[in-house]
Design a protein around this ligand. Sequence first.
Ligand code: AP5
Ligand code: MG
Length: 217
Amino acid sequence: MRVVVMGPPGAGKGTQSTRLAKAWGVPHVSTGDLLRQAVRQGTNFGRRIEHLLNSGCLISDESMAEILKGRLGRTDCRRGFVLDGYPRTERQAQDLDEMLAGMGASLDWTLLIEVAAEVLVQRLSGRRLCPSCQTIVHVDQLPPGDAERCQNCGTMLVTRADDEESTVRRRLAVYEEQTRPALEHYRRQGKLKVTDGRSTPNQVYERLVSIVQAAHR
Ligand code: AP5
Ligand code: MG
């Protein structure tokens, strides 16, 4: 299964991609996670992009193509992947088609999760991330009174540097200007499947699974 998950910041791409990848036995490839990892490791590239990442601006298409090509070329992606956070521009959508064609493969579906902007700001202001196992939660899901620890591995949870409200609003604007037009690429190819992301994570997950099952019939 080769699937792209798209949607605005906070739509639930990471939450759903993790579950879908586990169910299908393929890796969850998140370009945001790969970039944050480069920043944490303090690589030259990580130092160069840190301010872009923290301010909600996009990294160049050329750099992203290089990173993704390296990741999709690894053996664990041979049987497929769930790709989250890429493409974000029309150019990246074309680059992905070319990359996959070079591997003798093609994309099955692009799943778009739609959620209104007001809900997204509320979701992101309460998001916490486990820096160790990448588990994503909302503070409302944590047991009351406890320190903010990952329920999966016990590590202290962190807040993402780009989840401050003004940065979230910039990320939403960048999505509307640069990423939403790229959806047309998949609409033209007949590969775009849209779902409403406002219900519970379980309900959204069930819908995404049914969409893909129906598409394969
Ligand atoms: P990236 O990490 O991809 O961030 P994003 O697209 O802004 O999306 P988020 O990760 O914020 O949200 P999400 O949709 O994954 O939601 P989540 O599941 O966490 O990219 C970050 C930055 O990296 C970019 O700004 C850019 O600088 C750079 N970058 C990355 N890829 C790039 C590329 N290809 N080109 C150039 N630059 C790139 O959920 C959010 C919250 O909501 C959580 O608290 C969760 O618990 C909660 N939640 C989830 N689902 C539900 C639900 N159904 N109901 C209620 N709450 C829910
Ligand atoms: Mg994410």
